[in-house]
Design a protein around this ligand. Structure first.
Ligand code: 9MR
Length: 390
């Protein structure tokens, strides 16, 4: 196992802002951060601003706008991240739970924060089988709607949402998680059943109509893995062949401490790059907790035994393993200039979805900042890896 390098140098004064992805927004962010930092004290003054450690990739995080009520968290987000993704607030059930009734307030709040701090926003997500109201693609009996009605519903949703955020969102995860894990190609979803396989192409077309300047992404998990990547490549190539705008393939990057192997991840990344696609790592975290037994809400105390071993914090050796894993993953990313964004799925360990998945109520430690917003060894490893690649 490679040694974790000792992190020694972190130039605080340098404001790197030349990222092609972030462009002028990052420069504005550097300026806006100064203003923000003066009103709220920096919760982690020993940590250099993460996103400024590199001009190679845009560094982002997912968050909920209500988290910004906490001034320390708001200062943390303004300091470290150049790109923000709302974790839940732009999903179909958050924006149009009831047909024709749009609820943009929470998402608007995140956009306003990002604008005030010179950050880009990624829209997540226009079409997904989860966190979406049933009326979009199903009738009252749960049967698929006729294709033309389902297409109208999807068009109206995408036009309204991408139209509302036109000029405010850098790019959209147009369709999320469309690839089947077990089946031959696409996941069996309400959209697929009502519209057919071309629902993905239609969604990209509608998104482009609504916001011609927005970047458009296809986003999914495990599509770097051997069992799934050829199906994902087929989909993005079909989109491109159909003349759709597609700016990047979003690999979510929900990884474990021990798996998948770096070789498998890199082979997956290269498959998309070699086919001419840019790649974003869109939901990164590294789960150090054991994954065995059944997950979900009904898990019993017995089943949970041994599954929540780090309630008092990560032991030093696991902390080091996490740091090494993060360093190796970022070294991998930096070998490929076509990887232009890395977004963490959460701002700190306390706000990670992995405290609830696959077992509810565990104490997880998958990100670069701990529950007190303090940088972990993994943070310093990532900063040093980014700086070394400048
Ligand atoms: O982070 C999101 C969490 O708060 C929600 O409870 C969950 C519900 O499905 O969705 C999480 O985000 C998911 C993302 O939208 C798509 N990829 C997987 C993410 C983690 O579940």
């Amino acid at each position: 196992m490679p040694l974790v390098r000792r992190s020694s140098r972190f130039p605080l004064a340098v404001c790197v802002h030349a990222s092609r992805f972030v462009g002028a927004a990052a420069l504005a962010g550097c300026l806006a951060l100064g203003a923000g930092a003066s009103s709220t004290s920096d919760p982690n003054p020993d940590a250099p601003p993460l996103h400024r450690a590199t001009d190679r990739v845009a560094i982002g995080a997912a968050l909920s706008p209500q988290d910004l009520d906490d001034p320390a968290l708001a200062a943390h987000v303004a300091k470290h991240f150049a790109v923000l993704t709302p974790g839940n607030e732009m999903k179909p059930d958050a924006l149009q739970r009831e047909q024709g009734v749009f609820t943009f307030e929470r998402a608007d709040r995140l956009v306003a924060f990002a604008q005030a701090h010179g950050q880009d926003v990624i829209g997540h997500t226009l079409v997904w089988h989860s966190q979406a109201p049933k009326w979009l693609f199903e009738d009252e009996n749960g049967d698929p709607l006729p294709r033309d009605i389902a297409l109208d519903n999807m068009r109206e949703h995408i036009h309204a949402v991408a139209g509302h955020f036109r000029g405010k969102v850098k790019g959209w995860d147009v369709v999320n998680e469309a690839i089947s894990d077990g089946g031959p190609y696409l996941r069996d979803t309400p959209a697929l059943r009502a519209i057919g396989e071309d629902y993905v192409i239609k969604a990209f077309q509608f998104a482009h109509e609504a916001d011609p300047d927005a970047e458009l992404y296809f986003n999914d998990y495990n599509i770097e893995r051997e069992y799934k990547r050829e199906k994902a490549l087929r989909l993005v190539e079909e989109l491109r062949d159909a003349g759709c705008r597609i700016d990047a393939v979003g690999i979510q990057g929900h990884w474990l401490l021990g798996a998948p192997g770096l070789e498998e991840i890199e082979a997956g990344v290269k498959l998309f790059i070699d086919a001419g696609f840019e790649v974003h790592i869109t939901e990164m975290d590294v789960d150090p907790l054991p994954r065995r037994g059944r997950g979900g809400a009904d898990v019993t105390a017995v089943e949970r035994e041994g599954l929540d071993p780090y309630q008092d914090g990560l032991p030093p050796e696991v902390q080091q393993q996490l740091a090494t894993r993060y360093a190796e993953l970022f070294e991998l990313f930096l070998r490929h200039p076509q990887i232009t964004r890395v977004t963490f799925w959460g701002t700190d360990d306390g706000r990670s979805w992995l405290n609830y998945f696959p077992v509810r109520g565990r104490t997880n430690h998958p990100l670069l900042f701990d529950r007190e917003l303090q940088p972990k060894p993994a943070f310093f490893e990532v900063v040093e890896t980014l700086q070394d690649a400048r």
